[in-house]
Design a protein around this ligand. Structure first.
Ligand code: HMG
Length: 332
């Protein structure tokens, strides 16, 4: 199906689908407007990238990372999580991080909120965007959120409603969309069901998380076909971990399908504490190289992104996981 046809179809479906959705979630910054020639990057390195680090990372390092990503002109920087510090101790300084960063007009700094308690902490600090993150499978849901899928959707429904009441945008993740570490294969229709629920509850965007990176481009295409029946492609993002080296192929497929929001992590930082062996997100530097190579814009300078990736890798005492960054650095 051509991109034009897909977009025409999805626009019609968009009006049908959004007729029952609270209107407030549709008021988005102009930079969020769907533009086929522009890919909006959501850099999740301060949150997804750092949450799994064993050694405590100093709060000033996290703040400097976010400020450097801001200076790169990344439009959305997922900054931290207001989750239970018992579950993710590395991000227990969430409040200090949010108070310490220098926010730029037009840049968004969403945070993860697993429940109303997390949302209240975030609201006290004046956050403008939060993210909720149910999974598709019972196994992953119980390990990550200590509750089954239906129970977490109920909790997230409360979080979304309260966030919208307070004028806060909500992004919705769906985890383990292309494979679960506890249950194996995941059907596209089960992902579509969770994505539709989140969208109807008021999430302005649904990010499809290949949490353990087992997806391949064919599976990504089948998934997008199913999810696009219930959420317009304009409201979808992809969040690919690169554990099996498939992330760029999956993103290429998603972009050709019409998706224009890609989550990534500078230097490929990251991993999920509740998905054993999961490596980082796809590296921001690698996504920039791919997207610019497809003739699309991001507003971000690749060489400057490489500097930020190399800096944070140095702070963490490791090699930059981006192949593009390493190739470009070798030429210096
Ligand atoms: C959902 C819970 C809280 C349930 O965890 P629980 O233990 O069932 O919660 P609880 O309500 O029984 O509370 C336990 C304790 O935590 C406290 N607590 C409770 N909530 C909060 C809060 N918000 N902020 C601060 N404290 C909190 C609460 O007050 C209590 O403290 P105590 O009374 O024992 O001193 C827990 O399971 C949790 O925090 N899970 C988050 C796990 C997580 O962050 N995982 C990684 C992110 S998901 C991910 O990476 C995937 C994604 C998004 O990237 C997409 C993809 O790749 O697919």
């Amino acid at each position: 199906m051509s991109l034009h046809r897909l977009r025409t179809l999805s626009t019609t479906r968009w009006s049908q689908l959004t007729s029952t959705v609270p209107k407030r979630h549709l008021t988005l910054p102009t930079s969020y407007k769907y533009d086929p020639s522009f890919v909006r990057l959501v850099d999740v390195s301060p949150r997804d990238g750092l949450q799994n680090e064993r050694t405590p990372i100093p709060t000033p390092t996290k703040i400097t990372l976010i400020n450097k990503l801001t200076a790169l002109n990344i439009p959305v920087i997922e900054s931290t999580s207001f989750v239970s510090p018992k579950w993710v101790p590395q991000l227990s300084d969430a409040a200090a991080v949010m108070q310490g960063i220098s926010k730029k007009e037009g840049t968004s700094y969403p945070v993860l909120t697993p429940n109303l308690k997390g949302l209240e902490r975030a609201l006290e600090l004046g956050v403008e965007e939060v993210a909720v993150f149910p999974a598709v499978t019972e196994g992953f849901s119980k390990r990550n959120l200590n509750a089954g899928v239906e129970e977490t959707l109920g909790r997230f429904g409360d979080v979304i409603a309260k966030a919208l009441e307070n004028g806060v945008r909500v992004r919705g993740y769906v985890s383990v969309v292309l494979g679960c570490p506890y249950e194996g294969d995941v059907s596209p229709s089960s992902v579509a069901r969770v994505a539709e629920r989140l969208f109807k509850m008021g999430c302005y965007e649904i990010s499809l998380g290949d949490t353990i990176g087992t997806g391949t481009p064919n599976k990504m295409r089948e998934l997008l076909k199913a999810v696009c029946q219930v959420v317009p492609v304009e409201n979808l993002a992809v969040h690919c971990h690169d554990t099996y080296g498939q992330a760029l192929g999956n993103i290429y497929e998603a972009i050709n399908f019409g998706v224009r929001v890609v989550d990534s992590s500078v230097a490929g930082l990251g991993g999920c504490p509740y998905a054993k062996g999961a490596t980082g997100n796809v590296a921001t530097e690698d996504v920039l190289y791919l997207v610019h190579g497809m003739g699309l814009r991001t507003g971000v300078d690749l060489n400057e992104a490489v500097k930020v990736g190399n800096w944070i890798s140095g702070e963490l005492g490791r090699k930059n996981a981006s192949r593009v960054a390493n190739a470009l650095t070798a030429k210096l």
